[in-house]
Design a protein around this ligand. Structure first.
Ligand code: ADP
Ligand code: MG
Length: 191
């Protein structure tokens, strides 16, 4: 299936979710995430600000702040994702697309290697951790410079058979759903 068709179909299904399912899936995904060694070790973590029926990151952010991790959220500045550190969920303001984002006061121009983990939203993923977003390529452009572990979060119906990834699409290292953890297959180099 073409990317556009998958995007439309999954967005439509996600719209129909009830908030109980979103909450319960998000809680299960939180547990899986906080049990992972890669995440537990992480000191600098970038989350996304969830909206609509996306897997909710609110509790994950609260918990990370309590655990004294450095938490960053994306802010759209001049059409680009810029990570901004936050210390409290209450300091967020409505940004572009009606998504909560930090004020610019703590804007950080982090070096690409500075994050340990980046938690990435998505419309659809496949089992090999390819990703489809909202169709604007914001995360592709941001992630291409980032060395961090990239973890996508999704409800299990957002996992599709195969995503026809293009040259700009940045795959995730891991995708977590309420049912599974998918890891990107590593192709071993043979001389
Ligand atoms: P999404 O990842 O949000 O699903 P797409 O992958 O379809 O969206 O990308 C949307 C647009 O952004 C495409 O036209 C794509 O070519 C462009 N794009 C994505 N990443 C880059 C990049 N690194 N450099 C230039 N253009 C890019
Ligand atoms: Mg893409």
């Amino acid at each position: 299936m073409k990317k556009n068709k998958i995007r439309k179909k999954i967005i439509e299904i996600r719209k129909g979710l009830d908030s109980k399912t979103v909450d319960s899936n998000s809680r299960k995904i939180l547990k899986k995430l906080f049990r992972m060694e890669e995440f537990r070790r992480a000191k600098k973590v970038m989350f996304y600000s969830s909206f609509g029926n996306e897997v909710s990151t609110e509790k994950m952010i609260e918990k990370s702040l309590k655990l004294k991790k450095q938490v960053f959220l994306p802010k759209i500045l001049k059409g680009k994702i810029v990570p901004v550190q936050i210390e409290n969920l209450k300091e967020l303001v409505l940004g572009k697309f009606g998504i909560l984002e930090p004020k610019v006061t703590m804007e950080c121009r982090l070096r690409p290697a500075d994050f340990d983990v980046i938690i990435v939203p998505g419309v659809a993923f496949d089992k090999n951790c390819n990703r489809i977003g909202f169709g604007k390529g914001y995360f592709d452009r941001f992630l291409k410079t980032q060395k961090a572990k990239k973890i996508g979060l999704a409800h299990s119906f957002q996992i599709v058979k195969k995503i026809p990834a293009g040259k700009f699409d940045v795959p995730m290292d891991l995708v977590i759903t309420e049912k599974n953890i998918f890891r990107k297959a590593r192709i071993e180099a043979h001389e």
